[in-house]
Design a binder for this molecule. Sequence first.
Ligand code: HEM
Length: 447
Amino acid sequence: MAVTSGIELELDDIQSGALHERPSPYVGAYRLLRIDDARAGRELVRRLLPAVDSGRPSAAPERDAWITVAFTYQGLKALGVPRESLASFAPEFQQGMAARAAELGDVGESAPEHWEAPLGTPDVHMAIAALSPDAQRMAAVLDRARRARHGLEGVEVIWRQDCYQLPSGRTSFGFKDGIGQPAVEGSGLQPTNPRERPSKPGEFVLGYPDETGALSPMPTPEVLGRNGTYVVFRKLHTKVAAYRQYLRAKAAGREDEARLGAKMVGRWQSGAPLALAPDADDPSLGADTRRNNDFGYGDDLRGFKCPAGAHARRANPRDALEPEGAVDVRLHHMLRRGTSYGPMLPAGVLEDDGVDRGIVFVFLGTRIDRQFEFVKTQWLNDGVFIGTPDERDPLAGPNHGSEAFTIPRRPIRRRLHEVPPFVITRGGEYCFAPGLRALRWLAGLET
Ligand code: HEM
C-alpha cells in the first residue's frame, strides 16, 4: 500500500492499466466482446483474473506486459449486476458515449451513425486491452486471453484493433505525444511537472478523496466501486494528408509550416513546449523528460509564445486561467493513454492514400462529467473561456472549414482561416475498469 497524506492507496487492488507506467515503445491490442450468457461472461472474468495485474510499481520485466479488463454499462448488465448497483453508476456511463454525441461534438462525419461497427451499439459489453514492450510477449499475453475464452459459448469477440507506440513517441500528425500527464499522489508515478502539486488519487481512482476533499461518487456496493476507474475510449481517425496540405497552403515556406504546426499544438514536433522554446524547435528539450513538461503559461497570458487556442494549452491551461480565479484547472485533469493505430503516412507525402490511421485514446478518471466531457465540450469544442467564442481546437476540435485560429503576434496577430476538420471520431465507449477484488466479485455473482 502506498501512503498518500495519511490515505493508503491500495495499489495491489488497482488494475495495471490505470496507474502503471507503460513501457516505451510498446505494442497494444484492444478486443471488444459481447456477452450473450451471463454465466459464460462471469466465467471469462474468473479465468482472466490471473492475467490481470495490479498497478504496483515494479522493475520486473515480466510485469511490463499486462491485460486490463473493463465493462460498459450494457456489459455490467449482461454479467448480471443487480439493478440498484447499475443505477449507482455515473449517468453519462449509463447512457453510453453514442448517446452523448451531440454534446461531445460527434456530429456530421463523426456522428454515431457513421461509426465503425459495433462501436456505439449495445453489443459492446467488455473491453480487453493488452499491452507489451514487444510483439513476442504480446503474443503470449493475447494467447492467455484466448485460452481464457476457450470452449466458452456465449462470449464473442466482436472488434479487434491493434495499436503501437513508435520508439520516437510520435503519432500520426508527427508530434511526440503522451508528455503532459498529471502526477498522482501515492501512485509511484514520477511527476513530470515539478511546478505542479500531484493530484489527489480520488481524481483517478474511486474510493479516495479527490481535489475537492470529498470522495467522488462511487458505484455500490463498495466492493465493486472501490479501486475502479472510468475509462473513456475513443477511436479517432486523423486526416494527415489534409493537415499537411493545409499547413502547406497557409505557410510561407517549410520553416513556417513547422511553426504553424507547433502553434496549433502548443509543442514542436519533438515535444519541446512553445512555452520554453517559443522561436524554434529544440529537440534536446523535447527529449528531456526532466524539462519538457516543466512549465506554465503564467508569464504568457496573451499567448505570444503559446497561443491560448493551441491544443495542449486548451486541454490543460495550467496556470493561465488562475488569475481569473474562475476555473480550478486541477478538477479537469485526466490520465491519458493514447496509442497509434494504422501505418504512418510517409514523411513528405501530401496526397491521401486512403489508409485509416490515427489514435485510440483512453482517458482515465473518476468523473467523466467534469474531466473528459468538460475538457472536450468547454475547452476543445468552444472558445468562450479564452475570449474567442468562434474558434475551436485547431487540431482536435469539430471544425467545419469556416472557423479560424488566432496566433497572437506583435505588431498584429496572425489568423489562419477556414480550418477544416482534421480528426474524425470513428467510435467510442464509456467503460468502467474495476479493481481486482471487484473483478472477483463480478466473477462470483449468482444472479
Ligand atoms: C486525434 C486527436 C488528438 C491528437 C492528435 C492530440 C495530440 C496531442 C499532442 C501532440 C499533445 C502534446 C503532447 C503532450 O503534452 O503529451 C497533446 C496533449 C494533450 N491532449 Fe491531445 N490530442 C488529440 C485529442 C485530444 C482529446 C480529444 C483530448 C481531451 C478531450 C486531449 C487532451 C490532451 C491533454 C489533456 C493534453 C496534455 C496537455 C498538457 O498537460 O499540457 N487530446 N495532444
